[in-house]
Design a protein around this ligand. Structure first.
Ligand code: MG
Length: 167
């Protein structure tokens, strides 16, 4: 049984995950415009992951017998001064997602809503992974600085990322 507060909070997070997909799609478009197909691929896969996250919330809300409400959102950032700036913005975005997931978990915990607590555990673990992946890429960028060969290699490395729906 979900309280109205928790139902709304789960719905908001579902919509924020859809917004995250939009955010990463804008980053992919920027990288493509800079001819970095590998970095663009990274963000396209990221966008797919976010849609998967959103649909987990969508299905969870439905499974509990409630209704998911799809909302609109403001335009994501489309302009970046460099690919590194896009990755830094992505990390900041994920830190905001983590903050929201924790806030949502606090509500579930306060209400002793164990099904929601169990559901959110997956997202708590996922956020550790998300932040770590982006942090690693940002560190690689900082190490290679303006070495164009190394940037080419990193772009090629990220071109191999594919989306596989987690368990
Ligand atoms: Mg997400």
């Amino acid at each position: 049984m979900l309280s109205e507060t928790l139902h709304n909070a789960l719905n908001d997070q579902m919509n924020f995950e859809f917004y995250s997909a939009h955010t990463y799609l804008a980053m992919a478009a920027y990288c493509t415009s800079e001819n970095y197909d590998g970095f663009a691929n990274f963000f396209l896969v990221q966008a797919e992951e976010e849609r998967f996250h959103a649909m987990k919330f969508y299905n969870f809300i439905n499974d509990l017998g409630y209704r998911a409400t799809i909302q609109g959102f403001e335009s994501p950032e489309n302009n970046f001064s460099s690919v590194l700036e896009a990755f830094k913005a992505a990390l900041l975005h994920e830190k905001e997602v983590t903050r929201r997931i924790y806030e949502l978990s606090d509500i579930a915990l306060d209400e002793r809503e164990h099904a929601t607590m169990a559901f959110l555990k997956w997202f708590i673990d996922e956020q550790v992974e998300e932040e770590s992946t982006l942090d690693t890429i940002i560190h690689k960028f900082k190490r290679i600085e303006n070495d164009s060969n190394a940037i080419f290699m990193l772009d090629a490395e990220l071109a191999t990322r594919t989306f596989t729906a987690p368990e």
